[in-house]
Design a protein around this ligand. Sequence first.
Ligand code: TYD
Length: 211
Amino acid sequence: MSNSGLFISFEGIDGSGKSTQVMRLADHLRDQGHDVVLTREPGGSDGAEEIRALVLQGDPDRWSAETEILLFTAARRDHLERLIRPALAAGKIVICDRFADSTRMYQGLSRGDLRGTVDTLHDLMIGVEPDVTILIDMDPVEGLKRAKGRQGTEERFEDFGADLQAAMRAGFLDLAAQFSDRFRVIDGAQAMDAVTADIRTAVAQALTARH
Ligand code: TYD
């Protein structure tokens, strides 16, 4: 096996079924004998998990959009330094539930057009993209129903409503077209097992290409 590792991210609107699929993929790859690190953003390292509580809990107006970009990027930088880079260097498969594309969409779109700011800060402080990004594409009305069905304290972004979720869905599909080399768009409206199967196929291709 090559020692270069493989960096996989998952993206999609809230309630796209992403978290279940992330776990299924990790289990599947482990069953195949791969060394898998399963992680998430915001979070994934001690410092980044502390930032997670700051950005996901509390009043929706708690932070300005710009401050939020700084906080998400700070969390990502810590995650990258302490977990992602060392794991990839050791040849592991890193599966990350959300990465920089989420900042491009959530912070870049939700309160005016801040995409340029997100990208500038990303270039300066992060500078890497996943090898493969699995986008679970999903009808926002369905997604919102699912997201609202979950009780929890991390609701700042889930309160955005259907219009913003629709803009986000379109934005993710635009990103997939822009970064078509790494994005794989999966139809999230299918039965869960069919979604799982499509994801396995996409990742198997990426693993073959790596060798
Ligand atoms: P997550 O825990 O993945 O929630 P879900 O399972 O509903 O997808 O993400 C938490 C929230 O954080 C989600 O609403 C998206 C938001 N988020 C951003 O706004 N910017 C970011 O850069 C990231 C990584 C997440």
